[in-house]
Design a protein around this ligand. Sequence first.
Ligand code: SAM
Length: 293
Amino acid sequence: MSMTDITTANGTAPIPGPATPYQGDIARYWDHEARPVNLRLGDVDGLYHHHYGIGDVDHASLGDPTDSEREKKVITELHRLESAQADVLLDNLGAITPDATLVDAGCGRGGSMVMAHQRFGCKVEGVTLSAKQAEFGNRRARELGIEDSVRSRVCNMLDMPFATGSVAGSWNNESSMYVDLHDLFAEHSRILSVGGRYVTITGCWNPIYGQPSKWVSQINAHFECNIHSRREYLRAMADNRLVPQAVIDLTPATLPYWELRATSSLVTGIEEAFISSYKDGSFQYLLIAADRV
Ligand SMILES: C[S@@+](CC[C@H](N)C(=O)[O-])C[C@H]1O[C@@H](n2cnc3c(N)ncnc32)[C@H](O)[C@@H]1O
């Protein structure tokens, strides 16, 4: 395993870096990622997300299509829906006390971590393959004065630096499609205490459709990821002492976000694949909350 030096609150510490060539590719991808759709939305209130939104669009808030402020209003609305998504994930963690530790596996720029700390008052540890993202998240935590509670580090989520049974809740918010699910859930199961809660929000292909559709293949190529099926999630959880407590199909709730995003100047070209695959039933946006037993 290679080691990467990043600056932490306590100085410079050697941190485990990517373990495989593929993880090196993903680290580079996120180190260079600076799409306006992510940054301009985060600029709205300083919560930087790399995930999608859910909930009904508030059309009244968008004003007239000819309004000179329309674009700004669309960005604010898309951001509101992305934060609503993180809120639903946090709702499913159950009761978390201020003395607990939570882990955000694949934490991106840290928006969900900040929200978790603001809600529960507890410690939140994040891991990402990208040194740029970890630096960004730690800088935001310092700006907010919460750097003692919210920390990002460069680390492989299949090999996390947390003691066995030390964590009350952990999650993957759109980050489980980069890893083998058995390896991932074995690691969550190790760090979680018995009775702890794991939550994922993820896109997955629908086994009822048969095989991954052409749209799913397009999304994989676009993000250099490997979308799993709903069946694989449930099987890998069952094999790793994670028992689903809730399985929520968020597909209908995410479509309005995509349809609004497709009308904005922030389109990235992948919108058609998401909208088409959600509509033809080949792809689902799923939340699974599971108890560590
Ligand atoms: C789509 S982003 C999601 C970011 C964040 N969860 C959010 O909701 O804003 C995917 C994230 O997964 C991380 N990731 C992918 N594979 C990883 C691995 N093996 N270990 C740690 N992080 C990983 C990437 O570095 C990136 O931060």
